[in-house]
Write a protein that binds this ligand. Structure first.
Ligand code: MN
Length: 202
């Protein structure tokens, strides 16, 4: 049984950047629905019992063909949203000197990295999807994916930071101003969590 992370903050704790109604709707409705549907699909495939969501999503070809698309969408929704909600902290948490050093090595400086993520999320990506900061071949990189796809489908489990660019992530507060949403999201990112993922990357 796959379970959503318990939110490490109250629904209103990310305000003013991410409003309480958005957190509540996003977590209690969208994230819950992806998770419930994912669990329902798993019941149809005993061969997937005991596998992690990451493993299932990285090897969708091993799943029964008739539920593959459902697993990709709902399993992806489950996995991506656990990462997303875990990536935020009230008031944000700045990168450590160690993380900043790595960012400087790979991008020149923090602002350049943030601008690249921002452009990927708001311009390169069209429609619903995600922008991701990942580690690939030891180097930080930025990729995008449509729908609930993720770097897992490209064989890369080393996701460092997700940016949810589905309208449900921002529309209640920001309407069509997705650029404002990303700017504000930056203020609540928990960079300690990003560093933790970087340390675990393989
Ligand atoms: Mn979402």
């Amino acid at each position: 049984m796959f379970t959503r992370i318990t939110l490490p903050y109250a629904n209103n704790a990310l305000e003013p950047q991410i409003d309480a109604l958005t957190v509540e709707t996003h977590y209690e409705k969208h994230h819950k629905t992806y998770t419930d549907k994912f669990n329902d699909l798993i019941k149809e495939a005993p061969e997937l019992a005991g596998k992690s969501a990451e493993e299932i999503l990285m090897h969708l070809d091993k799943a029964p063909e008739k539920i593959r698309k459902g697993l990709k969408n709902n399993g992806g929704g489950f996995y991506n949203h656990n990462l997303y909600f875990e990536s935020m902290i009230p008031g944000g948490k700045k990168p450590s000197a160690k993380l900043e050093k790595k960012i400087k090595e790979d991008f020149g400086d923090m602002d350049t990295m943030l601008k690249k993520v921002f452009d990927a999320a708001t311009t390169t990506l069209f429609g619903s999807g995600w922008a991701w900061l990942v580690l690939k071949d030891g180097k930080m990189d930025i990729v995008i994916s449509a729908n609930q796809d993720s770097p897992l489908q490209d064989g890369n489990p080393n996701i460092l930071l997700p940016v949810d660019m589905w309208e449900h992530a921002y529309y209640l507060k920001y309407k069509n101003a997705k650029v404002d949403y990303v700017k504000e999201y930056y203020k609540v990112i928990n960079w300690a969590k990003v560093e933790e993922r970087l340390d675990k990357a393989r």
